[in-house]
Design a protein around this ligand. Structure first.
Ligand code: NAD
Ligand code: ZN
Length: 364
């Protein structure tokens, strides 16, 4: 089968022919419906090496850490799963038994130092392939929802959902505001998740006009970059400042913007991994404003997010590519020419049949 493999540090991934995997005990073989291309993968193959990240991310493996697909085969001891049913893959994979994993938060596994990989597509073979194996525990049901469009929920949706959920105490009630910086794969879903789960006014910004227009179509108020940007954002909050800022870029200027506009007792969550350093001292932030980072989300949250999607609260903007064009998908991501998410679809005919049957169900 074809797979997009990350083969060496600081080397672009390449399409290779590899054996179709066999599910081990407790695993399933998933026929991949869609695999999203995340900007973090660009950091994996362009930026990282053995001195900057642990051995868990060391090549070689198949990329793709946000995947959905259909069950093709079940391994020994797997109960209650039916061939052909559509599932999202919860990517993080910890030891499975420590307190963090037991609450579905494999991202913060207490035995992470001993696990051989971080996640599906991050150290372990992921979804940029025709088939992949997944522990049955990591599957989240999609029901009749389209698994191609759903694939980005596994990371581009789950990461903002987790960050927003932790910030909900700041956004509860009326008259609250949230700011989304960076309206790509994650940011566009952040706008919609904020709209679906809070009553806050959502302010959004990006360097790209089309990305801002898309966010406006989902109810955000946009403020372009420029000298007046921070003042204009503060004005939209009635001068109080923003209750919760989500920075999907993470450069020095975007975190600085967040610090300039955050309210007293507000919260800034840096999600983007650009790694820009910032100044923090007693006087640099309003009183009791929190500045934090975040990493992915929990298994329970992916079930909650899938339910929001199945209930029609989220539209995932996808541009699809065949498996032969998987590298092209990443090139578009790097150049910034995409609106929303690039999703690699290895079995276009099955995907169309799946979409058609979902449409037919919706029409009944
Ligand atoms: P993306 O390329 O789809 O989107 C990035 C968006 O930010 C683009 O629309 C771009 O125009 C915009 N942008 C870039 N620089 C900007 C600036 N200075 N001001 C305003 N907008 C700007 O990327 P993505 O896949 O959505 O990922 C976003 C970030 O989140 C990346 O850094 C990625 O690595 C990171 N990420 C973090 C986690 C986590 O768990 N913390 C998970 C997934 C992705
Ligand atoms: Zn990611």
């Amino acid at each position: 089968m074809k797979a997009l493999r990350f083969t060496d540090w600081k080397t672009k991934p390449s399409l290779q022919e590899i054996d179709r995997p066999t599910p081990g005990p407790g695993e399933v073989l998933l026929k991949v419906a869609g695999a999203g291309a995340c900007h973090s993968d660009v950091a994996v193959y362009e930026q990282f090496d053995e001195t900057t990240v642990g051995p868990q991310l060391a090549p070689a493996y198949t990329l793709g850490h946000e995947t959905a697909g259909w069950i093709e085969e079940v391994g020994e001891g797997v109960l209650g799963l039916t061939q052909g049913d559509a599932y999202l893959v919860y990517g993080p994979m910890g030891c499975g038994h420590c307190p963090a994993c037991s609450r579905g938060q494999d991202t913060y596994c207490e035995n992470a130092a001993q696990t051989p990989f971080l996640a599906s597509g991050l150290g372990r073979d992921g979804g940029m392939a025709e088939y992949m194996t997944v522990p049955a525990r990591n599957l989240v049901p999609l029901g009749d929802a389209d698994p191609v469009a759903a694939a980005p929920l596994a990371d581009a949706g789950l990461t903002p959902y987790h960050a927003i959920k932790l910030a909900l105490p700041k956004l509860a009630g009326g008259g609250k505001t949230a700011l989304v910086i960076g309206l790509g794969g994650l940011g566009q879903l952040a706008v919609q998740i904020l709209k679906a789960t809070t009553a806050a006014t959502v302010i959004a910004t990006d360097m790209k006009t089309d990305a801002m227009m898309l966010a406006e179509s989902r109810g955000a108020v946009t403020v372009p970059a420029g000298d007046e940007q921070a003042a204009r954002i503060r004005e939209l909050t009635g001068g109080k400042g923003v209750d919760a800022v989500f920075d999907f870029v993470g450069l020095t200027p975007t975190i600085r913007l967040a610090q300039q506009v955050v309210a007293k007792q507000g919260r800034i969550t840096v999600v983007g991994i650009a790694g820009g350093p910032v100044q923090w001292d007693f006087y640099s932030n309003p009183y009791e404003a929190e500045l934090t980072n975040t990493y992915w989300g929990t298994m329970e949250e992916l079930h909650e997010l899938a339910a929001l999607y199945r209930d029609g609260h989220l539209e995932v903007d996808v541009t699809t590519f065949g498996i032969d064009e998987a590298l092209t998908a990443y090139e578009h991501l790097e150049k910034g020419t995409l609106l929303g998410r690039a999703v690699v679809v290895p079995h276009p005919a099955s995907a169309e049949a799946g979409v058609a049957s979902a449409d037919a169900l919706a029409a009944v």
